[in-house]
Design a protein around this ligand. Structure first.
Ligand code: F6P
Length: 342
């Protein structure tokens, strides 16, 4: 069998380790061959490939990004999109089965293609940790480490100037990165999409900290909404899956905090720094295990499933368990953290 591997959607530390895990186990144990599909679903639609053998994956476990490239292409769009065209392209380039490594959008597309008869196994990836069917996704731990270090650094300059710093982290419509990085760095307020807040409450937390002579640190997830807002702040249009591109809420909040409290305030948006660079040790191990499990799933012909972490075990779950429902931060986790606010 020749197995195609693709990475799709936003990149994330650990993608290369998945590829390496799959190829090493696939060649050493199952005696299969591989072909790299370039640039995500775009490569499937357009037949873009690259060699993928044991030599290609040497040393990849610690390398950030993805050697295969990625895109946010929707495989159902365009003249060559749709299941029949995609199957014809896979036949032409000699791919018998696919490992699709991606987040919600990628797995939803993989589900539609498998429903139409294509042979696909998925591997969940996202720094946002928002996929419901897996306890953790690789990339999240690395993003939290990067964000925590950044907040630690912001704190020293904040203390020097006695400023309030509003640090915006990614996470789309969930607050996992904000919650974990904020707790780890000792933030004085953590603002997440699951828990809208009033400007009064945020300023109250800031004022309490300032009154103690400290520099307030506010960590805000990009998808956070004030209780006066209907939707998350978005000024950059839509992505290829018609989802709003988020970002910029920190720049809205900082001047408002300053105006209401008199505490000089600055915004820092961490952005794609959180997705770059080498994966953490935890993410390297998790992604390698998921890659090896994905090739086992292919050998068992478990089409339409993805590998997932449950506790410490790697299991297979149907795509439908992973898509369409976000893993949000539970209220009790937020309440636990909020004891530390102000
Ligand atoms: O889903 C991962 C993520 O990094 C989100 O946290 C963020 O909203 C989005 O991707 C950014 O996407 P892009 O790389 O297309 O700007």
């Amino acid at each position: 069998m020749r197995i195609g591997v693709l990475t799709s959607g936003g990149d994330c530390p650990g993608l290369n380790a998945v590829i390496r895990g799959a190829v090493l186990k696939g060649t050493k144990i199952h005696n299969q061959s591989f072909i790299g599909i370039r640039d995500g679903w775009k490569g499937v639609v357009e037949g873009l490939t690259m060699p993928l053998d044991r030599h290609t994956v040497r040393g990849l476990g610690k390398q950030g990004g993805t050697i295969l490239g990625t895109s946010r292409t929707n495989p159902f769009e365009g003249p060559h999109g749709g299941p029949e065209n995609v199957q014809a392209t896979l036949d032409r380039i000699g791919v018998d089965a696919l490992i699709a490594i991606g987040g919600e959008g990628t797995l939803a597309a993989a589900k539609r293609l498998t429903d139409a008869g294509l042979k696909i196994v998925g591997v969940p990836k996202t720094i946002d940790n928002d996929l419901d069917a897996t306890d953790y996704s690789f990339g999240f731990d690395t993003a939290v480490e990067i964000a925590t270090e950044a907040i630690d650094r912001v704190r020293t300059t904040a203390e020097s100037h006695k400023r309030c710093m509003v640090v915006e982290v990614m996470g789309r419509h969930v607050g996992w990165i904000a919650l974990h990085a904020g707790m780890a760095a000792g933030a004085h307020a953590i603002l997440i999409p699951e828990q809208p807040q009033s400007m009064e409450q945020i300023c109250d937390w800031v004022q309490q900290v300032s009154d103690r002579g400290r520099a307030p640190i506010v960590v805000v997830a990009e998808g956070f909404t004030l209780n006066t807002m209907e939707t998350a702040h978005s000024e950059k249009g839509l992505d290829a899956f018609n989802r709003p591109r988020l970002g910029g809420i920190a720049d809205m909040l900082a001047p408002e905090i300053e105006a209401r409290t008199g505490v000089e305030s600055r915004a820092t948006v961490l952005g794609h720094l959180q997705r770059g660079g080498v994966p953490s040790a935890y993410d390297r191990v998790l992604s390698t295990r998921l890659g090896m499990a994905a090739i086992d799933s292919i050998m068992r012909e478990e089409w339409g499933t993805m590998v997932a972490l449950r506790g410490t075990e790697v299991v297979n779950v149907p795509f439908e368990d992973a898509v369409g429902r976000l893993k949000t931060v539970p209220e009790d986790r937020y309440e636990e953290a909020s004891i530390l606010f102000g």
